[in-house]
Ligand binder design. Sequence first.
Ligand SMILES: O=C(O)CCC(=O)C(=O)O
Ligand SMILES: [Fe+2]
Length: 358
Amino acid sequence: MNSSTTLSDVFRSHPIRIPLSNLADFRHLPDSYTWTPEDDLLFSASDSDESLPFIDLADPHVAARVGHACTAWGAFRITNHGVPSRLLDDIEFLTGSLFRLPVHRKLKAARSENGISGYGVARIASFFNKQMWSEGFTVIGSPLDDFHKLWPMHHLKYCEIITEYEEHMQKLAARLMWLALGSLGVDEKDINWAGLSSDFQGAQAAIQLNHYPICPEPDRAMGLAAHTDSTLMTILYQNNTIGLQVFRDDVGWVTVPPVPGSLVVNVGDLLHILTNGIFPSVLHRARVNHVRSRFSIAYLWGPPSDLMISPLPKLVNPLHSPLYPSLTWKQYLATKATHFNQSLSFIRNYHLSSDQIS
Ligand SMILES: O=C(O)CCC(=O)C(=O)O
Ligand SMILES: [Fe+2]
């Protein structure tokens, strides 16, 4: 029996149940939505006026720049990425149309009890005592059924946008992956799962649409709390509203203002493992504001879910022993579902202590 698991199976076996009755009416800020430093240690960490590297993918030194940004920040912004601006407008239009539907229509496509796709609150919500000022919609696999529930007459048009967006993102993710790894001297020979045409056809992905409504008291609310992504890489498009911040230990929270047509790239936990810790996976969060609602579209990109991921042999040597054991994306997500932001240190310590025992 071929038991190759899909990304849907991975999430399905680690469901995170969040009652939809917890959705705010987004008109006033109840106590359950009011955050203090006790609810999140990094809530009031200092803000910095540093700026995230901005990389032109047509730059002749692009690999070095990507490598530097991945090492120093675990994130960067890109322009000249080849994704048509018309397509970015389309995905933003889709996202806006979806979240502007009345709640009873959105709930028709609510994520089911142990479901993975559809409408609901952020998956990370279960790790916090307070609610986040946002709503989300996850697309894994075909959105046809869900979109049909939302837009019985127009779903095909929206499905086409998702398909086209996925095609572009998949190509872009593969290109960014080679640029980032190339900067470390890793090439096609070192990653056999990239496939004969080195295009990572076996990769899996999800699209996460996020909406952060206008908030009456933004300083006391949290759109999406600090987290790292459990991906290899995430490519994020944000509408023209400020909100995304990335965290650097030495400087604090750095705001990533939207630049029309640009995209943000995050190193995820699996790329951190693959590079034996050379690239940090970036902690990031979304704040809210009282003027404009904000939309973001995250393309969450990872390996085949049953593939063993471990520090690349080329990046391991007597001076740099492997910091992490081999594990699949599926196993990593299971760890993340219990250890959340401590997952990397958990598997690292577990690995080291089991080394000592054996
Ligand atoms: O809205 C944003 O800018 C961040 C979204 C995000 O981090 C996510 O969906 O994982
Ligand atoms: Fe994220």
